[in-house]
Design a protein around this ligand. Structure first.
Ligand code: UDP
Ligand code: MG
Length: 327
């Protein structure tokens, strides 16, 4: 058997027929220039367009390509997780398939890894390719997340990164269903080094992260990385207990010494609505954790691989699969 690849390129794709061939061309150029063995792992995340056909077409002529075909659309983070299982390289480059993450950054990343880093994450110096609202929302999110977690998750950094095999092996041991891969990588520790880049716009096609999905990713990120929101609920309780004590003193005082209780419709309504909404909000926070626990306890497989293809042919689900991260 041939020796294992030096680098695995991992590219999750959902309806990316507009970009797959161009992405392959750019990745291939970078990979060939390395002068080392490499593999390109494409994950088809339940695309409904020509993406799979194009991947298979490319793999017919290029034996360095593995195609992991999922049974349906699972979402970016699960598509990545599925692909990671099939990466057999010593180093794994996780990148988007739309060329917002330039593969040409790889030589610089490899150099930093040669100097001892286990993770080289690409940090966005600027992202002119994304709209103002998205940039703002992401910027607020990363800073908020930073306040909530003890493990530092770098700001303005997506999943575009080079990780070493030993970090990958740790990620594969994590059986969590709601995955926030960049947080999981940060949690693993070792030496993590940034490399700065400017994030282009999409080469072609539309974003697969509409606002709704971004929100879900943000919630998964928070819940997966921190239990601090639960603790915040107790602090909020204490704060409101102090407030209501002050109110109680005021009411008793008015009754005893002023001779009348304050007229109360407005204040009563205020207390009822404020307290009601705070309680619902806190219940909602608990619900976010509880729902995820329920799904975790149910212990279904977190993704389903339909088939693995090499050189256009199915090779079976166990083909060069590394570890059972998928329970
Ligand atoms: N993606 C995926 N499954 C999904 C959504 C997205 O595999 O359900 C892939 C997509 O094909 C792309 C990457 O995840 O390679 C990032 O998605 P996109 O570029 O649309 O996100 P954005 O850059 O707009 O945040
Ligand atoms: Mg993109």
């Amino acid at each position: 058997m041939a020796s294992s690849p030096h680098v695995s390129f991992l590219l999750p794709c959902y309806n990316e027929s507009a970009v797959v061939c161009e992405t392959y061309r750019r990745v291939k150029a970078v990979a060939d220039a390395l002068g080392r063995i490499y593999e390109i792992v494409f994950v088809n995340d339940g695309s409904t367009d020509e993406t799979l056909g194009q991947m298979l077409g490319l793999s017919l002529v290029d034996p360095a390509i593995k195609v992991i075909d999922l049974s349906r659309n699972h979402g970016h983070q699960l598509a990545l997780s599925a692909g990671l299982q099939y990466c057999s390289g010593e180093r794994i480059l996780i990148m988007d398939a739309d060329l917002q993450d330039p593969p040409e950054l790889l030589p610089g990343m490899l150099e930093l890894m040669d100097q001892g880093a286990d993770v080289v994450y690409a940090q966005r110096r600027s992202r002119p390719g994304d709209g103002l609202a998205k940039r703002l929302a992401c910027s607020v999110f990363y800073r908020f997340l930073g306040m909530l977690t003890d493990v530092p998750i770098p700001v303005d950094t997506g999943d575009f990164r080079l990780i070493s095999r030993r970090v990958l092996d740790i990620i594969l041991q994590m059986p969590e269903r709601h995955r926030f891969i960049r947080g999981m990588v940060s949690w693993a520790g070792f030496r993590q080094t940034p490399i700065m880049y400017d994030r282009d716009g999409r080469f072609a096609g539309k974003t697969k992260y509409p606002f709704r999905r971004l929100m879900r990713l943000a919630l998964d990120g928070i819940v997966a990385s921190s239990v601090r929101p639960l603790a915040l609920a107790s602090w909020a309780g204490l704060l409101f207990a102090a407030g209501s004590l002050a109110l109680l003193v005021y009411i008793l005082w008015s009754w005893l010494f002023v001779g009348k209780t304050p007229q109360g419709w407005a204040s009563l309504m205020m207390v009822v609505t404020v307290m009601g909404s705070i309680q619902l909000f806190v219940l909602g926070i608990i619900g976010q954790y509880l729902g995820r626990m329920h799904e975790q306890v149910r212990a279904r497989p977190i993704f389903i691989v339909r088939d693995v293809f090499v050189q256009g042919r199915p090779v079976g689900l166990e083909y060069e699969k590394k570890q059972a991260g998928n329970r």
